[in-house]
Design a protein around this ligand. Structure first.
Ligand code: PGA
Length: 250
């Protein structure tokens, strides 16, 4: 069986009261799958994640960080702070960060480097908007995003990076990319990464994100270049999330 990476992106959802049973439920559910299960949480809940999940199969992480080590950056958190909670992951360059908080490709690159320096695995998000797809620019957009994200990154660092193709038009909209659309970009993205870093396709972990749910996960996860999912809405209830990570792709 091919193990898939199934990583939740909680976004700005859930409360402390909800999270205690949620984490406990996730911990139990993850025991029953061979897939790799992760959850990225608002940074104020990293301590709770550590308390409940540290000795479990569920890997956890943050949803964002700043690329400076320390200083007068009110409201920001550093890679070191995330690392203090034994976190595995940090999501970098999510389209919601790019859109609402004006993160640039350059910011994304600096954050990836800083995350790696502090032993975190960046989950590097990229993907085109609806307009860009309508104009048939998706390949160019994805290429530009990947090239700038990986500027100055070395071949040996590939094992600590996870990529996530997330077409913006499919995020939180219920409009999933078809598995063929997702596979086309996944395959293309891997070919760019292979050329840039001089690695092989097998070295790359690439997730699909955008309205993945139990009903469509099998088809998406069966595609050869989709190594897992970055799951927003459907990670918020343990039973929905479990419905995805129970999927076995042979
Ligand atoms: P969604 O979010 O599954 O709710 O579409 C995915 C994401 O934004 O990472």
């Amino acid at each position: 069986m091919k193990r898939k990476y199934l990583i939740g992106n909680m976004k700005m959802n859930m409360s402390y009261e909800q999270l205690v049973p949620y984490f406990k439920g996730l911990k139990v559910a993850a025991e029953e799958t061979d897939n790799i299960v992760g959850i990225c949480v608002p940074s104020c809940y990293l301590d709770l994640a550590k308390q409940i999940l540290d000795d479990s199969k569920v890997l956890y992480g943050a949803e964002n960080m700043y690329y400076k080590d320390a200083g007068a950056y009110t409201g920001e958190i550093s890679a070191k702070m995330i690392n203090d909670f034994n976190a595995e992951y940090v999501i970098i360059g999510h389209s919601e960060r790019r859109q609402y908080f004006h993160e640039t490709n350059e910011d994304v690159n600096l954050k990836i480097k800083k995350a790696l320096e502090f032993g975190l695995k960046p989950i590097v998000c990229f993907g085109e908007s609806e307009q860009e797809r309508e104009n048939n620019q998706q390949l160019k957009v994805v290429k530009d995003q990947i090239e700038s994200a990986l500027s100055g990154i070395e071949k040996s660092q590939i094992e600590n990076i996870i990529f996530a193709y997330e077409p913006i038009w499919a995020i939180g909209t219920g409009k999933t990319a078809t598995s063929d659309q997702a596979e086309e970009i996944a395959e293309y993205s891997k070919s760019i990464i292979v050329d840039l870093l001089n690695v092989t396709k097998q070295d790359i972990v690439l997730l699909y994100g955008g309205s993945m749910k139990p009903a469509n996960a099998f088809e998406l996860l069966s595609k050869p270049d989709i190594d897992g999912g970055l799951i927003g809405g459907a990670c918020l209830k343990v039973e929905d999330f479990k419905g995805i990570f129970d999927i076995i792709v042979k």
